[in-house]
Design a binder for this molecule. Structure first.
Ligand SMILES: [Zn+2]
Length: 216
């Protein structure tokens, strides 16, 4: 039997979730400091949070100037609003509408790349065939500041279909980057138990709707 490999957590969404949690209202300079230290070690995502993205030959940042907590909070507030669909159980007509509108308003130039396909295509990925090979196109926004870079992560996730891996914990409201899009609770915490205990207390005779949908 073929064993399916667990899906990899999208490291960009993971960095974005960490950013959104570390800059939530009430976040302290200490939390922001510790986020910056954590993310700086991350070779690919780290540069998203610093003004200077120059690196030396070994890939370390050269004199990174990080954005202030105040600036970070403003960016966070905008993104948080655009992700309101994550925090409602209502059926929305256009859940991704506000995010799409913000991305359109940013008018980011795109970087297009068309490379030969190595390995398996993603489900639904468009493939060109010529010159004895298969080709896939990638279009990525070109960003010049932290706000554009973070929205760029969201744009790519929206287009590639990985955006559902960004979720919010139903109990504590923290952002999560998950492998399984049905996961709705922080791992290794009491968030899931707290949530279902409250549901049980509030409606002891009913099977909570969320328990069928979100029990992960
Ligand atoms: Zn939680």
């Amino acid at each position: 039997m073929r064993v399916r490999k667990p899906r990899r957590i999208n490291e960009y969404l993971e960095g974005l979730a960490d950013f959104l949690n570390s800059t939530a209202p009430g976040a302290t300079e200490k939390q922001w400091d510790s986020f910056c230290r954590r993310i700086k070690k991350h070779p690919t995502v780290g540069s998203y949070f610093f003004r200077s993205c120059d690196r030396d030959e070994s890939g370390r940042f050269i004199n990174p100037e990080r954005i202030s907590l105040g600036e970070a909070r403003n960016i966070r507030a905008e993104i948080h609003d655009d992700l309101a669909y994550l925090r409602t159980t209502e059926e929305l007509n256009m859940p991704y509408g506000p995010l799409a509108a913000s991305l359109t308003a940013l008018r980011l130039p795109m970087l297009y790349q068309c490379n030969s396909l190595k390995g398996k295509p993603r489900p639904g990925q468009a493939i060109l065939r010529s010159h004895g090979k298969r080709w896939v196109t990638k279009a990525q926004p070109i960003a010049e500041n932290t706000r554009e870079q973070l929205y760029g992560i969201l744009a790519t996730a929206l287009i590639e279909g990985s955006l559902n891996r960004l979720q919010v914990c139903l109990w504590c409201g923290k952002y999560l980057a998950v492998k399984d899009r049905k996961r709705r609770f922080c791992p290794d915490t009491s968030c899931k138990d707290n949530y279902f205990n409250r549901e049980k207390k509030e409606s002891p005779n009913l099977t909570p709707r969320a328990s069928r949908v979100h029990r992960k």
